[in-house]
Design a protein around this ligand. Structure first.
Ligand code: GRF
Length: 224
């Protein structure tokens, strides 16, 4: 099986990046690592984090990538005259490295449609709520959890979805639910949701990399 080369776009702490890094190889990696047979390695590893791009030079995610021996790139949007030029620069760097898929993991910029069109159905994002509710512009970080608590819903969770040209509107790949507890604050809820994000994102990426996801209209279906 071909290894899917993944780039992760980050802006901050990168705990989701860490989860993607930690899960990119099966548990048998130690035995296999001793064997230099590349084709065998390729059969067992269905995605590989090959590049991490940050728009923020201070992002701790860059350190995480460095520790894991992953190439990093800082591309600050402020250096480009508009969102389109920034998107073009990103696409150029990704194509240069034969990147197959892109994961947004706490990337704080909304990508220009040019980017999405160039990686159609190959850009994934994780959102800390159960979409389609509590998504859209302005719904990031603590704003999401505040809105969830304010609404009085009993459940929250996280969603991994494909990125389309809208904001948090692409086909949903998978969701994990968590209970909202009495006395929850945006912080306590965020922490509980984040634990499930770290499970959901690698699962979704493995499904993608194994070719099991098919997009039909607005839905992503898992083929058995
Ligand atoms: C996560 O809550 C994710 O859902 C959202 O941004 C946050 C990133 O956290 N898109 P981290 O940088 O991965 O720790």
């Amino acid at each position: 099986m071909k290894v899917t080369r993944v780039a992760v776009l980050v802006s901050g702490g990168g705990s989701n990046l860490q989860a993607l890094i930690d899960n990119q190889r099966p548990k048998v990696k130690l035995q296999i690592a001793k064997c230099s047979n590349e084709s065998l390695w390729g059969k067992l590893q269905n995605y590989k984090i090959s590049l991490v791009i940050s728009n923020n030079p201070e992002a701790y995610a860059l350190e995480r990538a460095g520790k894991a021996g992953i190439e990093t790139l800082i591309l600050t949007d402020k250096k480009y005259k508009n969102r389109l030029e920034y998107a073009k620069a990103l696409v150029k760097e990704l194509k240069k490295r034969n990147i197959d898929a892109v994961c947004l993991a706490g990337f704080m910029l909304i990508l220009h449609p040019y980017f999405v069109r160039n990686f159609k159905n190959r850009v994934l994002n994780i959102h800390p709520a159960l979409l389609p509710r509590f998504g859209g512009e302005g719904m990031y970080g603590h704003h999401v959890h505040e809105a969830v608590l304010k609404s009085g819903v009993k459940e929250s969770g996280c969603t991994v979805h494909f990125v389309d040209e809208g904001c948090d509107t692409g086909p949903i790949i998978l969701q994990k639910k968590v209970r909202v507890r009495k006395g929850d604050t945006p912080d306590t809820l965020a922490k509980r949701v984040l634990k499930y994000e770290h499970i959901a994102y690698p699962q979704a990426l493995k499904l993608f990399a194994s070719g099991k996801l098919k997009i039909k209209g607005k839905k992503a279906k898992i083929e058995k």
